[in-house]
Design a binder for this molecule. Sequence first.
Ligand SMILES: Nc1ncnc2c1ncn2[C@@H]1O[C@H](COP(=O)(O)OP(=O)(O)OP(=O)(O)O)[C@@H](O)[C@H]1O
Ligand code: SF4
Ligand SMILES: [Mg+2]
Length: 408
Amino acid sequence: MSEKPEDAAVTTSAQSDGAGPKPAAGTTLTKDAAPGETLLKVTGLQKHFPIRKGLLQRQVGAVRAVDGIDFEVKSGETLGVVGESGCGKSTMGRLITRLLEPTAGTVEFEGRDITHLGVSGMRPMRRDVQMIFQDPYSSLNPRHTIGTIIGAPFKLQGVTPEGGIKKEVQRLLSVVGLNPEHYNRYPHEFSGGQRQRIGIARALALNPKLVVADEPVSALDVSIQAQVVNLLDDLQQELGLTYVIIAHDLSVVRHVSDRIAVMYLGKIVELADRESLYKAPMHPYTKALMSAVPIPDPRRRAAKSERILLKGDVPSPISPPSGCRFHTRCWKATEICTTKEPPLLELKPGQQVACHHPENAEDQAPQDTVLLTAAKEAVELVPDAVVSADAAQKARAEATGEEPEDAK
Ligand SMILES: Nc1ncnc2c1ncn2[C@@H]1O[C@H](COP(=O)(O)OP(=O)(O)OP(=O)(O)O)[C@@H](O)[C@H]1O
Ligand code: SF4
Ligand SMILES: [Mg+2]
């Protein structure tokens, strides 16, 4: 992560939830991989979950959760992955950590093909790649003390750290800003933010190289989200970690990512460095996602800009639309979009996009100019002021427990 958060949601101190001391600096957990080297390489990755029916459990279809994706993660960087609910982000995270077996494609870690490694082959790899889960309430066993939870990876790997497991767990607790004296407490004695710190400590136990964080802050209050995001940022700098951070909230990913991959229905539709993506998004879907993010800059508010609100629902990943999967919701869709799947191409240095008619770049199918009828009604342009007023009304309704106006 190269930039500290700017907005109010992400500027509070990483330690200000009363969770304890600052992460211990200068720990022994340093990495030896050279920054910028490819750590993880994913090629043609697919995961189709079979749908079975009847007594014989015959396969009648498949959920194409991840449907052919390619990307690399470089040592020391943070790759953000965004997209709407159900687009395959968690499945992708579980595939690259090898918690799921892919249907097709390859996963290479440090140049080694780990796609089909068995349990014993995976054991050393498990130390290098760890996952932080979305829900800090369900991901910690309520019957175990946090000492047992954070110490479990050592037992699973048959590793005894120098000084013993208890001492190492207490050190990890202090690294994530929790009180080492709380070793014997149970998860229910901690707040959501503190529980997520416990999940982070567990992920760090074996000194991993790559940490895949699946929506690490989405279950937390906005003020606590900032503290956990800052903690992840501090840890990356101190421990030389590489992150893949999954989020549906572009405002979180914006502040933590060096590069961002945008997913739609099992595919990557745009992959670019953060600056390029935010300055000049090329895929219409990215543009719509960004347009839906509240803008904290008062100068832009004054400009009375408009938000693009996508109207249609996300289609089913069981039978995704032909051609470009976004064509049923895209305001730029033409005939070619319904028949030919656009390849992911690098149209500007460091910016890959899969679109026949990209924004801010040369048209890839200039001969195809007639908009589909549905495209003309695919989006609604709503002035910023209306969206902000609507959001404020919803927030008021939430605070007071009343129904918002539009729900009545
Ligand atoms: N074990 C499974 N069996 C069948 N279908 C699954 C399974 N896991 C996920 N899916 C389906 O795969 C698709 C992608 O799911 P996934 O959880 O990866 O999406 P996501 O982008 O992480 O969504 P969210 O933002 O809601 O977490 C969804 O349609 C989901 O219902
Ligand atoms: S390929 Fe066509 S439908 Fe798909 S995003 Fe581009 S313009 Fe829209
Ligand atoms: Mg998910």
